[in-house]
Design a protein. Structure first.
Length: 309
């Protein structure tokens, strides 16, 4: 990935495996790789979030907190719920342990056992099982459980863009994992590419982040871009510094976009450049773009060439 940080470093490195296409690839990650993903947060809030994570006996491999309970949003009133995502190795085993410890977190599904919960998680919706409106130490929380494999596939391929979409926006990582860190860097770079395809030649960094947030908000940017833009702008306006930390280095790594000033950017709008960016999009989105292009050609009476990209 041309916009990702260099994987090689003279300092100590960390081995990890990741599924790229149909191949398992082993890479060595520098400790500096993905440092843009670790956003600053106040010590008091960080300790509160970690306290929630540490209260679970079942092992969590990767965890993050997100939403208005973590990042203030303009115009939001009231005490928001704290939102978490836990990525685990074996969902059925995880739910078995968690049902024993926290049966009250589950709806009636808990009475059916961990097998039923994990089947529902893996086969319905976005492969995430949520326990919501959970009271813990005077806090109201919601936590979603996803398998580490499903999470990485979504980050790389945008199979449903549910958790991957939430990870386009600022999150607070509470437990890191090298495999997820690499997949997340690809996810961020792809969200940047997709947003650039929707933007004109000249734009501001705020316009870029609003486009990214809108694209990820419902997992389908084509349906959401025209809906309630103030809500998305309110999210971005309070988190500009965090968006900058996430994306600034990735922007500098792309050859077709550059900063014209501190807040204004310019991209190469040559059709060949756009075509190359489309080829670099995640597999599921690339397929949708290709099918849409095919339908437009058919509607206009032009021939569709099978091998066309």
């Amino acid at each position: 990935n041309s916009s990702s940080q260099n994987l090689n470093s003279k300092s100590s490195q960390q081995n990890t495996q990741i599924l790229l296409g149909d191949q398992i690839t082993r890479v060595r990650l520098s400790p500096e790789f993905g440092k843009n993903q670790h956003l600053p947060i106040g010590n008091e809030l960080r300790e509160k979030l970690k306290k929630v994570l540490h209260s679970f006996n079942a092992p969590v491999r990767y965890a993050f907190a997100y939403g208005s309970g973590v990042f203030p949003q303009k115009g939001y009133e009231g005490k928001p719920m704290l939102d978490f995502i836990f990525a685990v190795n074996h969902p059925q085993h995880w739910h078995s342990l968690n049902i024993k410890q926290n049966r009250n977190h589950y709806s009636f599904m808990g009475t059916l056992g961990s097998g039923a919960v994990s089947i529902l998680q893996e086969n319905v919706g976005a492969s995430v099982y949520f326990n919501t409106h959970v009271k813990m130490d005077g806090m109201l929380i919601k936590y979603g459980v996803v398998s580490i494999d499903s999470l990485c596939k979504d980050l790389l391929n945008w199979e449903n863009l549910y958790v991957a979409g939430r990870m386009h926006k600022p999150i607070i990582i509470l437990r890191d994992d090298a495999r997820v860190r690499l997949a997340q860097q690809v996810n961020l770079a792809n969200s940047l590419r997709a947003a650039l395809l929707l933007l004109p030649k000249d734009f501001t960094n705020e316009q870029l982040y609003i486009t990214i947030a809108a694209m990820s908000y419902k997992g389908d940017f084509r349906r959401y871009l025209g809906e309630n833009p103030n809500k998305i702008k309110n999210i971005v306006s309070k988190q500009m510094d965090s968006f900058d930390l996430l994306y600034a280095d990735l922007i500098k790594g792309l050859p077709n976009v550059s900063f014209a000033s501190d807040y204004r950017l310019q991209q190469d709008d040559n059709p060949r450049t756009h075509a190359k960016m489309i080829q670099d999009l995640p597999r599921f989105l690339r397929h949708k773009v290709r099918e849409e292009h095919k339908m437009q050609l058919i509607r206009s009476g032009r021939p569709w060439i099978s091998g066309e990209k």
